[in-house]
Design a binder for this molecule. Structure first.
Ligand SMILES: NCC(=O)N[C@H]1[C@@H](O)[C@H](n2cnc3c(N)ncnc32)O[C@@H]1CO
Length: 140
């Protein structure tokens, strides 16, 4: 999983058009969230097996920047080993559920082209990127 984290004063997005036929059905096309951590997430093949690790990494960044609101943003531009849309959707929904135990979590619409405006806070930890992998296998 490749993640670009932006700690933001706000993010505002608007779903413009479907990028795939089975794009997620959405109620609101436009949303704005204040004071949030925005992980832009490219879900990679096999990421359903590293959900616990992804939760730990995302919570670690949220704690470090003092964010209590997380806006998960599906972003298929950070990897050349993308998971299928079906797997990616499942992983993002599961991440949303797991993170919701400790944080207010929102998720931008999956499978849509979206316009967005984000105000990055600019402090030293307000821009971070991580490659989240499974535990290295012990050598036999
Ligand atoms: N910026 C706009 C956009 O990225 N749109 C993407 C994501 O919303 C979603 N998507 C599909 N596959 C993936 C994946 N592996 N990981 C994350 N999102 C995905 O489907 C859209 C078209 O690829």
């Amino acid at each position: 999983m490749r993640v670009l984290f932006i700690h933001a004063d706000y993010i505002e997005y608007e779903a413009k058009s479907k990028a795939m036929k089975d794009a997620e059905e959405i109620i609101e096309k436009k949303e704005r969230y204040e004071e949030c951590l925005v992980p832009f997430i490219s879900v990679e093949e096999g990421d359903s097996s590293i959900l616990d690790r992804a939760v730990v990494e995302i919570e670690d960044v949220a704690k470090k920047v003092g964010a209590e609101r997380i806006v998960l943003y599906p972003y298929a531009h950070l990897s050349n080993k993308l998971a299928s849309p079906g797997e990616a959707m499942k992983v993002l929904k599961e991440l949303e559920k797991m993170l919701s135990e400790k944080y207010e979590v929102h998720r931008a619409p999956f499978g849509w082209y979206k316009s967005f405006v984000i105000s990055c806070k600019g402090h030293p930890l307000s821009e971070l990127s991580k490659e989240i992998r499974g535990e290295a296998k012990e050598e036999e």
